[in-house]
Every structure is written in structure tokens, then in C-alpha cells.
Design a protein around this ligand. Structure first.
Ligand code: KG4
Ligand code: ZN
Length: 346
């Protein structure tokens, strides 16, 4: 069964074809990072406008790459899966309306899927597939959660962030210390030349041991930067970065990254000890972080297999994969009806 996946929940326009939820035939991502860089973050209106411009060529490219020799590429597609939430409303609308229209015109079953669940299910693209129970850490610009999958469709949310997502904290801290958007990769790079023990930042203590909180950490970095620069809260924070030396920036990046990643790994370790899962997987943009991969493997006694970086950040192969599993277990959605759900929960 070959599924066309479509993803437009944030700032990547993506389409992919996956066979039987396991084999990627094509995986096309048009990123808008350069469009948003100047603003230091994603601008929703710009994101939606850019999705409109590229969604059709991106879908066509995904079909062309998957079936280079087929005269009618649509004949090869058995169903369409699309992200209907969570995400930015304008962005989600472009993907869902495209998928609904294609499903109607090409007469294909349509499956609306949850973007966050798809980040975890991207791990089904590993060969061999991870075993259940599967403990997953899903960490992105919008989400930080620990989920225990008993099988592909039965899962339990163990904990989640109570304020900022960890990727959001990377992005905000990068802005404070003057590193370019997106903050995750630029903090990781700066941290390579920094001392991770130079500054001590606090870890939040949560009533539920699997929950996270990252807004205090972000504020602690801001206070520390003000202190280093000899300024108080009345000084405009966007001017602080200009007062830091390159070494201070690198040390702040490394120290923040160490604490943020330790916070994630602490909770995964607690959940591992409590639930003894057969596998541990990670997903979402922050799963591309090499320090997270290193610390997890160092602290957990089982071998962890990681999906490639391009399946961690937003992509449509994970949407097609989850769409395949949904197609096994439920009726298709109505192409005339499927609505976006910007605040969709797992
Ligand atoms: O999953 P994703 O592509 O989009 C969302 O669904 O949010 O995740 C994007 C987030 C951004 O916050 C970005 O800074 C972060 O993932 N990120 C990283 C790294 N690469 C991307 N964070 C830490 N280290 C990285 N190497
Ligand atoms: Zn995502």
C-alpha cells in the first residue's frame, strides 16, 4: 500500500511517498528557514503564503521521484495522509485543503493525522522496527513529551512540558545570546567551542516526575546574561548579545544545552526504570541534537537506534507512515469535511 503524505503544519512544505509504512519512495521538503531568519522566528502569515506557492510543485516532485517510470503516477497511490494538527492555522489549512482536494479529484481515501504522534511513528521507518512497549521522547519547537506506546495505536502520555517546549527554549536562548534562527542547530554548533560547566542553571522540579518546564531555564539564562553585561531588566534584551564576547556566547550555549538536555534525559531515565520498555526512541526537531543522542546512550543500558536527522525535523515521510497504520485500523476521513485542529492533543 503506497501512501502520499503531506505536511505543512509549520515552516516546512513537505510531501513524501511511503510503501507499507516502512519503505520511503520519496521524501521532499521545501524549507522556509531563509524566509523567517530575518525575523528571528516563524512568521505565520509568511509561512502560509509560502506553502501556497510551493505545495503543488512539492507534491508533484514527490510523485515524480517515487514513480519515475509510471505514465500515470496517481494510479500508484492508494491513499493520502495529511497533518491536520497541531500547528499554525494558516499553514495547516494549505496542507489539508490540498489533500482534501486531491483526495476528492483523484478518488483516494484520506487520513488526517496528528503531527506529534507522527514524530514518534517516524521510528517505524527504522529497519528492523523498534519493539513494543516503546518509550518515546518527542521534542520539537512546539512539543516536549514522553509517551509510552504499548503498540502502534495504544499509547499513554507520561509527561509533557507545562510551559515552553524545549525547541522553543533553544530558539529563545539563541535569540538572547545573538545566535541565528533556528536556535537548536546554532546553539549546538556554538556549544562545541564552549565550556558546558562554566555556568550553572537550575532544573525545574515538577510534581509529576515526567513533566518538563523550560521557561525558568530560559529566564535564568537571560538573568545571567544581564549580570555578565552589568545591565538590569530595564536594558533592552535585544541589545545584550552585542555586549557578549564570542567565548561567553559559546560557554552560555554549552551550559544551557547541557542543562536542557540533562532535564530531558533525567525524565527518560526515570520512565525507563519504571516501565522497562523494550525500546527507546526519539523524534522531533530537537532529536537531531547530538548531545541528546550522546547523553541518552550514555545513561540508558539498552542500545538506542536513531532515525536520520531528516526524519527528526518536520517531514512528510512520517505523516505517510502514520497514515498507513491508521488505514489498517479505521475508516477514512471525509474529504469534504476534514477540518484543521491547531490545538490537537495526542
Ligand atoms: O519538529 P520540528 O522541525 O518542528 C516542529 O514541529 O516544531 O522542530 C523544530 C525545532 C526548533 O525549535 C529547532 O531549534 C529545533 O527543533 N532543533 C534543534 C536541533 N535541530 C533543530 N534543537 C536542538 N539541537 C538541534 N540540533
Ligand atoms: Zn514537528
Amino acid at each position: 500500500m503506497k501512501i502520499l503524505g503531506i505536511e505543512t503544519s509549520c515552516d516546512e512544505t513537505a510531501a513524501a511517498v511511503v510503501a507499507d509504512g516502512a519503505k520511503i519512495l520519496s521524501n521532499v521538503v521545501a524549507t522556509q528557514i531563509d524566509l523567517h531568519k530575518a525575523y528571528g522566528g516563524v512568521v505565520p502569515e509568511i509561512a502560509a503564503r509560502s506553502h501556497i506557492e510551493v505545495i503543488t510543485p512539492v507534491v508533484e516532485q514527490a510523485l515524480a521521484e517515487a514513480f519515475p517510470d509510471s505514465p500515470d503516477k496517481w494510479d500508484e497511490i492508494n491513499a493520502i495522509a495529511v497533518t491536520y494538527g497541531p500547528g499554525l492555522s494558516g499553514s495547516l489549512l494549505i496542507g489539508t485543503l490540498t489533500a482534501r482536494t486531491l483526495a476528492y479529484v483523484k478518488d483516494k481515501p484520506l487520513y488526517g493525522v496528528n503531527h506529534v504522534t507522527a514524530h514518534a511513528m517516524a521510528n517505524m521507518l527504522l529497519d528492523p522496527q523498534p519493539q513494543f512497549p516503546m518509550l518515546s521522547l518527542i521534542v520539537s519547537g512546539g512539543h516536549s513529551q514522553i509517551v509510552l506506546f504499548n503498540d502502534r495505536s495504544d499509547y499513554e502520555l507520561l509527561g509533557q512540558t507545562q510551559d515552553d517546549a524545549v525547541g522553543e527554549a533553544f530558539d529563545k536562548v539563541a535569540k538572547i545570546i545573538g545566535l541565528p534562527y533556528p536556535g537548536g542547530p546554532s546553539i549546538q554548533k556554538a556549544a562545541e567551542s564552549g565550556d558546558p560547566t562554566k555556568y550553572d542553571f537550575p532544573k525545574a522540579n515538577m510534581p509529576n516526575p515526567y513533566d518538563f518546564s523550560f521557561s525558568g531555564l530560559k529566564t535564568a539564562v537571560l538573568r545571567r546574561v544581564q549580570e555578565i553585561c552589568g545591565k538590569d531588566y530595564t536594558f533592552p534584551s535585544f541589545k545584550l548579545a552585542g555586549l557578549l564576547s564570542a567565548q561567553q556566547v559559546n560557554d552560555l550555549a554549552a551550559s544551557f544545552q547541557r542543562v536542557a538536555i540533562e532535564t530531558l534525559v533525567d525524565n527518560v531515565e526515570k520512565a525507563y526504570n519504571e516501565y522497562s520498555p523494550a525500546s527507546v526512541v526519539i523524534g522531533g526537531g530537537v532529536a537531531a541534537n547530538s548531545e541528546l543522542r550522546r547523553q541518552l546512550q550514555e545513561r540508558l543500558p539498552l542500545e538506542i537506534r536513531y532515525i536520520p536527522m531528516n526524519l527528526c525535523t518536520d517531514n512528510a515521510a512520517m505523516i505517510a507512515t502514520l497514515g498507513y497504520y491508521q488505514a489498517q485500523g479505521r475508516e477514512a476521513d471525509d474529504a469534504m469535511v476534514l477540518q484543521i485542529a491547531p490545538n490537537l492533543k495526542m
